[in-house]
Write a protein that binds this ligand. Structure first.
Ligand code: FAD
Length: 433
């Protein structure tokens, strides 16, 4: 038998930390903040107990007992569903976090705006960029050029370098105030750190390393697709009862829109509301990565990848020779990394780097699914393999069935004779043609 609520909602002020989660959860707008504490509007409160369940410090309780009354069960269920839908309807808009460092945006931010534009157009809502930092005004129009309708700016000296606490604080304030239904963040070192902190505080879902993002047109839910079970299946994950729906996406998985300077953006500024002395961590200095030999696979134009078909670590010298002749960098399959032939920095794939070069040459790589998910969106894929049945040929634009030790030296010769390096880097296209 369903229960009819009876009693009065009470707040234990001593327990309240002023996080405002209850205000966001209440489907009836029965709570608002005053002097850092939630105030209950008893006219509006329906005793749905959403705030009681959501409060992280158990600061709410219902005074009085529930009494059993006879009511049709179907009605009770539809009430609960109605509450949920009412709460979800408070959220609207697609947001993309713009990661920046030293006034430069990480390109993944523009890639996410590209996908965000498609999602927002499908939902019929606006696309917004969220930009936090110190002196970051120039990034707002730039976000507009890449597709954003609106830029939320939090500009404060405290945000000069990334620290989780002030960045999460700034994002959480914006999300609680403006209630986006989707929030996308780049799966970079910074983005992974920030996304986890935000999702935890909001008690919402977060799908990491998505390879596909779409809208279910019937339910308006975000379909977040990513490899699961060792990459053997693609799982589509939904965040059914919480908002925003949060996802991270690795660099080069999505495509940025062409930069269009005719596009304009509406700018909304918000204060950070946090001072330096409230932040536990201090930045005492910044040291860039000392390993200058690290390959920049993510944004390379040409990648020459060696697999176990190389037969030995020495085979990577041939890969380097071809990569140099084409102005590219050397990639590797996991088998070669696991065998200790080359460092993990070179690994392409699910547990390595996701790449999207103009030209990807796979030499002696079988094309396992875990490798393919990291390179299959490359513009042109060339595969060299002795086995005509190798799966890599299924996604290759050009397949060469043969021994890489015979084919690659020929490619190096042609590349050098025709100065393909200059052509591919777009520096001497006229001379070559
Ligand atoms: C959870 C998980 C995550 C993984 N993550 C990744 C990842 O990020 N990246 C990744 O690459 N793998 C990953 N793997 C491993 C993946 O499943 C494969 O084992 C691996 O990609 C195979 O590497 P390979 O193609 O170099 O070797 P093989 O599969 O052994 O293929 C070697 C190929 O070389 C060809 N060959 C041999 N001799 C020659 C020759 N002389 N000339 C031309 N061709 C030749 C053979 O025909 C064969 O097709 C992952 C696996 C798991 C379970």
């Amino acid at each position: 038998m369903p229960k009819k609520p009876k009693g009065v909602l009470r707040l234990i002020a001593e327990k309240c930390i002023g996080c405002e989660v209850c205000v966001g959860e209440c489907p009836f707008d029965a709570l608002h903040m005053e002097a850092g504490l939630p105030v209950i509007d008893y006219e509006e409160c329906k005793l749905c107990r959403k705030c009681v369940k959501a409060c992280p410090t158990d600061a709410f309780y219902v005074e009085g007992e529930e009494e059993a009354v006879e009511e049709p069960q179907a009605e009770a269920i539809s009430d609960t569903e109605a509450d949920l839908q009412a709460r979800l309807r408070q959220y609207s808009g697609v947001w993309v976090f713009v990661e920046q460092s030293g006034d430069q945006a990480h390109p993944v931010s523009w890639e996410l705006l590209g996908r965000g534009r498609v999602l927002a157009d499908t939902l019929g809502c606006s696309l917004s960029a969220v930009i936090l930092g110190d002196g970051i005004d120039d990034l707002a129009p730039e976000a507009g050029y890449y597709g954003a309708d609106t830029a939320y700016i939090v500009d404060d000296p405290v945000l000069a370098g990334y620290r989780p606490q002030p960045y999460a604080h700034g994002c959480l304030n914006l999300i609680r105030k403006y209630k986006p239904e989707i929030m996308l963040i780049g799966a970079t070192t910074l983005g992974r750190d920030l996304a986890g902190a935000i999702a935890t505080d909001l008690h919402t879902g977060l799908t990491a390393d998505c390879t596909g993002l779409d809208i279910d047109e019937l339910t308006r839910e975000l379909r977040q697709t990513r490899p699961a079970f060792g990459g053997n299946i693609m799982a589509t994950i939904l965040t059914r009862e919480h908002r925003p729906q949060m996802a991270t996406v690795r660099p080069r998985v999505m495509e940025a829109l062409p930069r269009d300077e005719s596009r304009t953006v509406e700018i909304i500024r918000e204060p950070l509301g946090l001072s330096e002395d409230e932040i536990a961590t201090k930045v005492v200095g910044f040291k860039p990565d000392a390993d200058l030999d690290k390959p920049n696979l993510t944004y390379a134009t040409v990648i020459v990848t060696g697999g176990r078909g190389l037969g030995s670590p020495a085979g990577f010298e041939l890969m380097k020779e071809l990569a140099d002749a084409l102005g590219g960098v050397v990639g590797a399959s996991r088998s070669t990394v696991d065998a200790g032939w080359i460092s993990h920095d070179h690994q392409v794939g699910q547990t390595g780097t996701t790449v999207r070069p103009s030209l990807y040459i796979a030499c002696g790589v079988s094309g396992a699914i875990q490798h393919r998910v990291g390179m299959q969106t490359s513009d042109t894929i060339v595969a060299i393999n002795t086995d005509p049945e190798a799966p890599i040929f299924q996604i290759a634009d050009y397949g060469i069935i043969g021994d890489l030790y015979k084919v690659v030296p020929e490619l190096i010769k042609v590349a050098n004779e025709r100065n393909l390096k200059e052509l591919l880097l777009g520096k001497a296209s006229e001379a070559v043609s």
